[in-house]
Design a protein around this ligand. Structure first.
Ligand code: ADP
Ligand code: MG
Length: 392
């Protein structure tokens, strides 16, 4: 296979791919002027397809796929039998997990490999098993979910971020550092369950699924769980109650907040205090403020914008002093308000078995999409930081 140089200019890339598609018998045209939803329109054997090209260095992420899927489902897009996304750098693991778990129809993903364009989704039968070996990280990655304030979603976020990684094929440990032990209670399979856990079946037939294991911090011994690649800590709101040895290991720390006027007035200080606290014990973790319980509806868009500006202003003084700290804009990643998350834990009342709040409603699961998107953002963002550090 001959290697070709992928042009960095989108226009040149579009020309390159157009030639490739034309050589396969497609008639290639450009969409109407000003259209940003797709790059090319192609036709063969009476089938019309919308093609979106991405020639970024970074892999395509969940947000980009969501945007294209929304376009395919929008009025007017019925004239396309399907949509193709062609990426010069492939697709992120969370993005592929999102696609495979949400069974998006009329969407094909293609990746450029050398001078060829290979189908990534839907995968051909043989390619599937090949494509999804258990993912491996070079070492255990530690995530802390922490804020000095209670009731903003720490436990919910810790559990479902674990769920997103499990869907991606990782075995995950959830460490319950909060004296309230909510995480433990929520994963117990019965009142006497001393080792709470959850099995997340694989999205690929014939492949083993992943495990989520809940442990108290005194049960955690990294060398005994070498197969566990992701460790997520649901922290105590009292920083000093969290074992220093664990906080030191955090690679990422997520600080959840809500976007309400009272929440922000009080919370902006809480967040910066939380960041400072963590920094005293850990100088290398990437720190992220994340909005939880977000309402993305048009009716409150203006209010949200004002609240976001207010919060960003409050956090900026600290963030400017700390290059590894970010306020995640909801466009990039956010946990939306969701009734399945709100009622998560109902099994404690009706005695059913625990499960994550990833069940679908009308074919969609907002929590599942949001947490995969968060995993995507964290991974991508820290990779960039890593590059910057190397450049320095
Ligand atoms: N995104 C969300 N949408 C709806 N309800 C949520 C969301 N996040 C958290 N909740 C609800 O808010 C409450 C507090 O969340 P929890 O995770 O227990 O917070 P913390 O651990 O910080 O005290 C829980 O009842 C949970 O179900
Ligand atoms: Mg909690």
């Amino acid at each position: 296979m001959s290697e070709i140089q992928i042009p960095t200019d989108p226009e040149q890339y579009a020309e390159l791919v157009s030639r490739l598609l034309a050589s396969h018998g497609f008639t290639v045209t450009r969409p109407p002027e000003g259209s940003r939803s797709h790059t090319l329109e192609i036709e063969r054997d009476g089938n019309r397809l919308a093609v979106l090209l991405k020639n970024h260095k970074a892999k395509c992420n969940v947000a980009q796929i969501e945007k294209f899927t929304d376009f395919l489902e929008s009025p007017g897009a019925e004239r396309f039998q399907a949509g193709w996304m062609i990426s010069a750098s492939g697709f992120s693991k969370p993005a592929l997990t999102h696609i495979e778990t949400s069974h998006v129809k009329r969407l094909n993903l293609w990746s450029q490999v050398g001078s060829r364009i290979q189908r990534t989704y839907p995968p051909s039968d043989g390619a599937l098993a090949e494509q999804q070996p258990q993912p491996r990280t070079s070492r255990q990655m530690y995530f802390g979910i922490f804020t000095c304030k209670g009731g903003v979603g720490k436990t919910t976020i810790a559990a479902h971020l674990a769920g997103a990684f499990a869907l991606m094929g990782y075995d995950v440990v959830l460490l319950d550092l909060d004296p309230e032990k909510n995480l433990r209670k929520l994963f117990m399979q019965g009142p006497d369950d001393e080792a709470p856990s959850l099995y997340v079946p694989s999205r690929t037939k014939g492949q083993p699924g992943s495990t989520i294991t809940v442990l108290n911090h005194d049960e955690w011994e990294p060398s005994q769980y070498r197969e566990m690649q992701i460790v997520i800590c649901d922290c105590s709101p009292v920083l000093e109650q969290n074992p220093a040895g664990l906080v030191e290991r955090f690679d990422y720390c997520v600080v959840p907040t809500t976007l309400t006027p009272l929440g922000i007035a009080k919370n902006a200080d809480v967040i910066t205090r939380t960041f400072r606290h963590i920094r005293q014990m850990n100088d290398h973790a990437a720190l992220f403020a994340l909005i939880n319980g977000y309402d993305p509806s048009e009716a409150v868009a203006k209010k949200n914008e004002k609240l976001l500006q207010h919060l960003a202003r409050h956090l900026s003084a600290y963030i400017q002093t700390d290059p590894l700290c970010r306020f995640i804009h909801p466009d990039d990643a956010v946990i939306r308000f969701s009734t399945t998350l709100q009622y998560w834990g109902f099994h404690l009342i009706d005695g059913t078995k625990p499960q994550l709040a990833f069940s679908e409603q009308r074919g969609k699961s907002h929590p599942r999409t949001d947490f995969l998107k968060l995993a995507d953002y964290l991974e991508d963002h820290t990779a960039i930081e890593e590059l910057r550090r190397q450049e320095r």
